[in-house]
Design a protein around this ligand. Structure first.
Ligand code: B12
Ligand code: SF4
Length: 492
């Protein structure tokens, strides 16, 4: 069997299961032998990967690439592989090549970009590289023919990955992926369902799955959680599902499994779905020990929410905060500040709304992001998605992977900054974040003793009550002294 090298470039030091490459390995099982290299565990990944391809050149190397810091790491490891074994084809898959296939292929170290779900497309590409089929027949593939970039038709949504055995125990040291979090001492990352049925215009998930979702059988969830608990010692789970709560009738068997397992858990959810749950489902949620649900509140402005096709309203955000509180679940609300339409005005309105949320439920967690619209995306057969109409005139995105790897574009991808923010607005957001973080230290901080949190709360009380966020130098000093936990830096 020819070998295929699968690589998860470094993105964090808090390593969790590299599910993307594990899924690909599971899909290739029996046809190709695979080896996984994970940059989250190996600080010298470029050297390790170069040595691996030099010693035993594989049929291809597949890298999982998310925009942001992982793109920077992916470029470094791809270049090391190219230098060590120039004949080995380098394939990029994941969110970056799905959203920016042309930019990926503009790089000298990427031969193929696979858009969308990877399992079937990657198997098809390997077959083509081995001479068994034509490259033009591989759905979702972007490639070069006679120097010209060709984008094959998009792949249809596939539910087949739900039948795969992810192979947790096939990893060389699976226990290294279970670490402490506010949920428990050994938290595992796991994905139950595929995709998301919504198409919010700002979201990469909508680009990858185009409004499709599929839930697993309850038996599969039960089997995997039992394995994680009994064989690998997991005591809690972070669900990576894009949107855990789907139609209630389909969810109930899954909630039943979670109520049996009783492992504290975290997930992504939507306000409307949670508000639609019956009393019986909420009872299962309580029994299952759901600790926190990450909910995309995005904005208090209903007309903006409509424009971004979010499908929820600001009154639902407030109602879900109450519902979570009543059921012992911490709502973790994510907001997108400074949209290009009215950066200052929308930011101030969002700050006021957050104050309203905190009055309802002081324990609600708040995640602050900058609203950074997605670049227009290349679809199969030469079509493009439209450019976000709110983007300022003259604004243009990078057209190469190296361009996207520049500091300011890494920040853009990570929703940290955007070119239309003034310095004053950046400072205002920073100040608000400091006061908020001190007044309401996050429940996800597993280190700080209670007295430290109490001191931060007391020191920031007057500023919060008077809405005086400007220049909180004393709080910044305190936050630095106690190494205040930033939930966004430690997310997931
Ligand atoms: C875990 C996670 C992380 C972890 C990464 C841990 C790790 N193991 O590497 C951490 C916390 C570090 C992280 C960071 C970020 N993340 Co993240 N993350 C996720 C999460 C929850 C799960 C990823 C996962 O394992 N999925 C399961 C696997 C099976 O699916 P997959 O990765 O999509 O892989 C499939 C395809 O993409 C494709 N594929 C993937 N790789 C490859 C490779 C090849 C060769 C091929 C052929 C195909 C292929 O095939 C796979 C199987 O179908 C996703 C949400 C989600 N459910 O996917 C968000 C998600 C991927 N993250 C996202 C983002 C934006 C980020 C950030 C860049 C910014 C942010 N604010 O979160 C940051 C970087 C922050 C920073 N400062 O470093 C977005 C991506 C969308 C986008 N626009 O790019 C997502 C979708 C969340 C969201 N809903 O917005 N993240
Ligand atoms: S509901 Fe969430 S995951 Fe689904 S498309 Fe909207 S923002 Fe993305």
């Amino acid at each position: 069997m020819s070998q295929v090298l699968l690589i998860n470039p470094r993105i964090t030091s808090n390593a969790r299961f590299p599910l993307a490459v594990m899924q690909l390995a599971a899909a290739l099982k029996g046809r190709w032998s695979t080896r996984i290299l994970d940059g989250n565990l190996d600080r010298h990944l470029p050297e390790t990967a170069a040595a691996a391809v030099r010693e035993a050149p594989p049929l291809a190397v597949g890298l999982s690439v998310m925009g942001g810091p992982q793109l920077v790491a992916a470029l470094a490891v791809s270049r090391a592989i190219r230098a060590a074994a120039p004949q080995v084809p380098i394939v990029w898959g994941g969110y970056f090549p799905t959203l920016c296939a042309d930019a990926a292929l503009a790089s000298d170290c990427v031969d193929y970009a696979l858009r969308g779900q990877g399992e079937e497309g990657f198997a098809g590409l390997l077959e083509a590289l081995a001479g068994g089929r034509a490259l033009a027949d591989v759905a979702g593939l972007s490639w070069r023919r006679d120097g010209q970039v060709v984008h094959n038709a998009d792949q249809p949504f596939s539910t087949a990955p739900l039948q795969l055995d992810v192979g947790f125990e096939d990893l060389p040291a699976p226990e290294r992926y279970l670490g402490p979090s506010f949920l428990g001492r050994r938290t595992a990352g796991y994905q139950a369902a595929l995709g998301c049925r919504y198409r919010c215009s700002f979201c990469g998930v909508a680009a990858l799955f185009r409004g499709k979702t599929a839930l697993p059988e309850a038996e599969r969830l039960s089997r995997d959680l039992t394995l994680l608990r009994t064989r690998l010692g997991a005591d809690s789970v972070q669900f990576y599902d894009h949107n855990f709560f789907d139609r209630e009738v389909d969810m109930q068997p899954l909630l039943g499994v979670l109520a049996q397992q009783q492992m504290p858990w975290w997930c992504y959810a939507r306000a409307d779905a949670l508000l639609g749950l019956s009393a019986a489902s909420w009872a299962l949620v309580r029994r299952s020990r759901l600790r926190m649900a990450y909910i995309g509140a995005e904005s208090p402005n209903d007309s903006l929410l409509r424009d971004m096709r979010k499908g929820t309203r600001s009154d639902q955000t407030l109602a879900v905060v109450e519902a979570c509180r009543a059921n012992g679940v911490i709502p973790e609300l994510s907001f997108m500040l400074a949209p290009p339409q009215d950066p200052e005005g929308e930011t101030e309105r969002t700050f006021d709304f957050i104050r309203q949320v905190k009055r309802l439920h002081p324990g609600a967690e708040i995640m602050l992001h900058v609203h950074t619209p997605l670049p227009p995306r290349r679809l199969g057969e030469g079509r493009w998605t439209p450019r976000d109409p709110a983007l300022p005139r003259g604004f243009s995105f990078p057209d190469t992977a190296d361009g996207w790897a520049r500091r300011e574009w890494v920040d853009y991808w990570c929703h940290k900054d955007a070119p239309w923010l003034s310095d004053a607005l950046r400072a205002r957001i920073h100040d608000f974040r400091t006061v908020l973080g001190c007044r309401f230290p996050t429940a996800t901080d597993i280190r700080a003793p209670a007295w430290q949190k109490a001191a931060l709360r007391a020191a920031s009380a007057w500023r919060w009550h008077a809405a005086r966020y400007d220049g909180p130098r004393e709080l910044r000093w305190l936050a630095q002294a106690v190494k205040l936990w930033d939930p966004q830096r430690h997310a997931l």
